[in-house]
Structure formats: C-alpha cells, structure tokens
Design a protein around this ligand. Structure first.
Ligand SMILES: Nc1nc2c(c(=O)[nH]1)N=C([C@H](O)[C@H](O)COP(=O)(O)OP(=O)(O)OP(=O)(O)O)CN2
Length: 139
C-alpha cells in the first residue's frame, strides 16, 4: 500500500461563533476568533490517498486528477469566501477546522472513488502554521 498526497491552498474569512450563546459567552470561549467583523486565514489543505500503483502507469492516482478534484470541489467553493456566509456545505455549522475537514471528507471521498481505485486516507488542514487538524474519516 502506498500513500500519496496533494497539497492545495486557499484563503478564507470566518468567525467562531455559536448563535445559541450570548455575545459574552462567545467572547469568553472563542476570544478574538469570535470578532463580529470576521478574520481571515491562509489555509493549507493536504489530501492523502492510498492504494497500489497500477502496473501500466506506476501511479496510485494521477496527481493532476487529484488536484483537479480538490480544486473543483473544495478550493473553488471556499477560496476568498466567508466560511460562515458563502459556503452552502458549511451552513448551520461552526466554521472550525475540525468541522471543515469533516465536511471536506464527505465531499471528496465519493469524487476520489469516481476517478480512481485509490481510497481517501486522510485530510489535513492547516488553519495557521501552528494550528492544524487531521481526519481519517472515523465517525
Ligand atoms: N479546536 C479548535 N480550536 C481553535 C480553532 C479551531 O478551528 N479548532 N480555531 C481557532 C482560530 O480560528 C485560530 O486558529 C487561532 O488563531 P491564532 O490564535 O492566531 O493562532 P496562531 O497559531 O496564528 O497564533 P499563536 O500565537 O501561535 O497562538 C482557535 N482555536
């Protein structure tokens, strides 16, 4: 089994805010991340798939095709957007890094299976160079 990864990048605005809480509670829990006028991040997204290299190509998956899938279904939907307001698949969810990777998994898994016999292994999302989340599809 070989694990192969593609990294993509996007910029997006958000705030961490629970609408069922008071302003004070949001400020207490989320601090400056609850700022009413939003803040932005330069996100780095790393998608890893696993499989056996195909004898005819030596590829587990064509990285160009993997990049196209990630860009079309994720990056184009979130880049230069407000994650709380502009992204239908995040509607009603807190725009945390954890919730983003889980939403990305639901979208990418079937798309990767459609183009390849490789399987999605993990999604890693850097919100800042020091804050990142990795998800393996477990419920
Ligand atoms: N469990 C989570 N905790 C936090 C998340 C998150 O998505 N999940 N998000 C945030 C903020 O949005 C953001 O990541 C915090 O930014 P910041 O404090 O500026 O982090 P930096 O790494 O840039 O700065 P340091 O100085 O290293 O703290 C908060 N928590």
């Amino acid at each position: 089994m070989v694990y192969i990864s593609r990294q993509e990048h996007f910029n997006a605005a958000h705030k961490l805010y629970n609408p069922s809480w008071s302003e004070e509670r949001n400020r207490e829990v989320f601090g400056p991340c609850a700022n009413a006028n939003w803040h932005g991040h330069n996100y780095d997204l790393i998608v890893t798939v696993k499989g056996k290299p195909e004898p005819e190509t030596g590829f587990v998956i064509d990285l160009k095709q993997l990049s196209t899938v990630i860009r079309t279904h994720i990056v184009d939907q979130v880049d230069h957007k407000n994650l709380n307001l502009d992204v239908p698949f995040m509607e009603g969810q807190l725009a945390s890094t954890e919730n983003l990777v889980m939403a990305f998994w639901k979208i990418l898994q079937p798309e990767i299976e459609r183009i390849s016999s490789a399987r999605l292994h993990s999604i890693k999302l850097y919100e800042t160079p020091r804050n990142f989340v990795e998800y393996f599809g477990e419920e």
